[in-house]
Design a protein around this ligand. Structure first.
Ligand SMILES: CC(C)(COP(=O)(O)OP(=O)(O)OC[C@H]1O[C@@H](n2cnc3c(N)ncnc32)[C@H](O)[C@@H]1OP(=O)(O)O)[C@@H](O)C(=O)NCCC(=O)NCCS
Length: 188
């Protein structure tokens, strides 16, 4: 798998994926608590497919969902990064910021720390005008990360996920946004 771009924070390294991440990533995607707000846990094969899709976005766009390591332990703990949705809705095309970490790493501020570096990359290197994030209303932890980043809800962007059936409990999504100006003001 290819190298770069790599991002550094105080405690974390955000890097391209390695072959040896596969097993830990599969275990993370097989954890029902991590996947509570998704349609289901992933099999090892589905986890590998996701990893390949992530890697293709790095090749196509020069950014993606980075693999995140804790620096001191050199331990892979999850992902955080930018993604381009492959479905269409009223606000696409768009760039989304997203995260998924192993359960035993929640509550340490790692998602927020990684996401701040990702926002900086998105606005300074990719030159994006805005970055969105979406989740289901029940995913409070994810919404708290969005709020810690200075993102705000945009109710007019709320949407029914086109890949889910009408009666699916996960269909309705709420959307948060941060513009480049808001991000710059938050840093000042
Ligand atoms: C969403 C998710 C990434 C949030 O993780 P998180 O650890 O709660 O988020 P943060 O990194 O912002 O950490 C905040 C917590 O760390 C605590 N913390 C501890 N040390 C900290 C530090 N040095 N800096 C900042 N926060 C710190 C905060 O007090 C807060 O604790 P709390 O949860 O008790 O309120 C995680 O729940 C997850 O991976 N979920 C499954 C996947 C998922 O749903 N992804 C989103 C799909 S839309």
């Amino acid at each position: 798998m290819a190298s770069g771009p790599t991002l550094e924070t105080e405690r974390l390294t955000l890097r391209r994926w390695r072959e040896r991440d596969r097993d830990v990533f599969a275990a993370l995607n097989a954890d029902p608590e991590v996947m509570e707000h998704f349609p289901g846990v992933l099999t090892a094969e589905e986890s590998d497919q996701l990893l390949r899709r992530i890697d293709r976005q790095f090749e196509e766009f020069g950014f993606g969902l980075w693999a995140v390591d804790i620096k001191w332990a050199r331990r892979f703990i999850g992902f955080c990064g930018l993604a381009v949705p492959t479905f269409q809705t009223h606000f696409t095309p768009a760039v989304e910021i997203g995260w998924r970490f192993a359960k035993d790493q929640w509550g340490s501020g790692y998602a927020t720390e990684a996401a701040k570096a990702v926002l900086e990359f998105g606005f300074e290197e990719v030159d994006l005008e805005q970055i969105l994030s979406w989740t289901i209303p029940a995913n409070q932890r994810s919404q708290l990360v969005m709020e810690r980043l200075g993102m705000t809800r945009v109710p007019e962007f709320d949407f029914d996920h086109p890949r889910l059936l009408h009666d699916d409990r996960l269909r309705r999504h709420i959307v948060y946004r941060i513009t480049r100006e808001e991000w710059a003001e938050g840093r000042g």
